[in-house]
Design a protein around this ligand. Sequence first.
Ligand code: GLN
Length: 306
Amino acid sequence: MKLNEVLDELVIKNRPISQYGNVANYIPELDKAQKDALGIFITDITGNKFHAGDWNTKFTIQSISKIVTLMLAILDNGEEYVFSKVGMEPTGDPFNSIVKLETSRGRKPYNPMINAGAIAVSSMIKGKDAREKFERLLDFFKLISEDSTLDVNYKIYCGEAETGNRNRAMGYFLKSEGIIDGNVEDALTVYFKQCSIEVTAETLSKIALFLVNNGKISTGETIIPPRVATIIKTLMVTCGMYDSSGEFAIRVGIPSKSGVGGGILSVVPGKMAIGVYGPSLDEKGNPIAGVALLEDLSKKLNLTIF
Ligand code: GLN
């Protein structure tokens, strides 16, 4: 059976699972997504492309942006500095949890994949103000995805900026602890904008391919050192699926990062780059049908890295 046929079959099989989840509604506009949308786009290591379902539907990247911002923050500041401000350990708490910020040793966010850690990382992007920082970051997104059309969905950005009081609270706490050095509002602006970048499953597959190739783009140019690609993939395994990362590692076994917009970006080392879209989320905030689809695919093609 050809891979495109396998994907068609798996989308048909898993689409009904969407009914057991819910589309995110805490950010205005996200609830407009079609609940039973499900799509997948795969690029293999030799450049062959395969897709099925709603692979071409646009949605916002949300938390998946955290891995890209982390790459640029490490390029801008070095690994040692970044991880002096943000930890490397999973929390077991929801992605927007505030609880461990005050009680953790060193009072730094546990990891760069939870919102608190990601806001700290966004504050490290170099630039004289929020506009310049975000422009540099968006250019970096365009470079590694090899897609110069990427842009922010401004309706969603405005909704996030208006309603993101919990994220704002974390930002000010991080500032009071000296984790954020510069202007807090600049860090939050960069964070809300990066979350609102509009993508498709194909875009996610392109970013994943950059990691499959250990930080090289298609011209052969190295954009990030292999060491940084390894850090990102490792954090995807331990923290990429929020407080479901352990279960996901057992069920699917592929380094992945999810977002509440419905995306999952998955990197199968040495083999393939996967983008998934399914906006119906489980109670942890992961795409419910998207995870089921990846579980089936992983079993069928034996993709687990473990
Ligand atoms: N913008 C979202 C937030 O900050 C991102 C969260 C996510 O995708 N898990 O809440």
